[in-house]
Design a protein around this ligand. Sequence first.
Ligand SMILES: Nc1ncnc2c1ncn2[C@@H]1O[C@H](COP(=O)(O)OP(=O)(O)O)[C@@H](O)[C@H]1O
Ligand SMILES: [Mg+2]
Length: 326
Amino acid sequence: MIEVSQLTRVFRTYKKVPGFWGGVKGLFKREFEETAAAKDISFTIAEGEFVGFLGPNGAGKTTTLKMLSGLIYPTSGTARVAGYDPTKRENAYRRLFALVLGQKNQLWWDLPAIESFHLLRAIYGIPAAQYQATLDELVDLLTVREKLNVMVRELSLGERMKMELIAALLHRPRVLFLDEPTIGLDVVSQRAVRQFLREYNRKYRVTILLTSHYMADIKELCERVIVIHKGAKIYDGALDRLESAGGARKKIITFLPGAGTAFPDTWQSRYGTTKRADDGKFTLCVPGENVVSVSQEILSTGPVADITIEDVPLEDVIAELFAAQA
Ligand SMILES: Nc1ncnc2c1ncn2[C@@H]1O[C@H](COP(=O)(O)OP(=O)(O)O)[C@@H](O)[C@H]1O
Ligand SMILES: [Mg+2]
């Protein structure tokens, strides 16, 4: 459904030389910097897949989604979505996909959402019966029927995002690009949006590429993740496999009130990954098979107030992946 080959986008940003003479100089010779927001990115996504697109801020996620939507052009490389070249911006392609940007509103602020939906119906030329059926279904799934006549700017963030999703889905796109759709939402709305996306993907086999800051979104929705860092792809595969890289280890968190630094220093040299907080909390990451022996040793060496053993969270595994690439 989606085929991306060596997709690259370079942005030029002009440097401003400070002061009057700098400005004058800039009129003749502008100095610029080039940033590769996306570098040689290749991947394919099959119909119906729900893929997580991960990476720290500035990694190039939004840039890639914008290229796939035909909003910006690649510097080099190609993308094909359902056989279409997004750069051609064909009408048939516009009907096939939708892009939802969590940080940007696509609905009209000063109109109730229902008015925006009517306008979209006209823009896409959706037959009346189909429009009504789709709208009813989406409104019920997202439980926003009583908010349809409220001015968009008066809706809560969560309600607004639900309306954005309805707007994006009215024309029944086959491919969805979701850029941080849950950003800033309260936990309840986040969960509602997540649940809706999962059901929608299963029911209609819509292909979805999702970026999110919230690992819970990715964990609950995506079996496969593509990770990018500084514009380049560094991982593409099962989320499980990424998790098991951390799953082989456990985190031992020990609370040692008033302990000297002696213990932790020997831990550091022996276990490597030790983290120490000011409040007397120490964290060690050890291989799973050593958890018992290391905990026993900790307990026998000092006045331990508390000790807990946890899995290494996915966030940490991914952070390590980024650190290894830096
Ligand atoms: N219009 C633009 N002009 C210049 N630089 C840009 C522009 N858009 C994005 N960038 C740069 O490209 C990089 C990737 O940005 P972006 O795709 O928004 O990252 P992400 O969505 O992963 O946070 C960043 O370094 C960003 O500053
Ligand atoms: Mg972004």
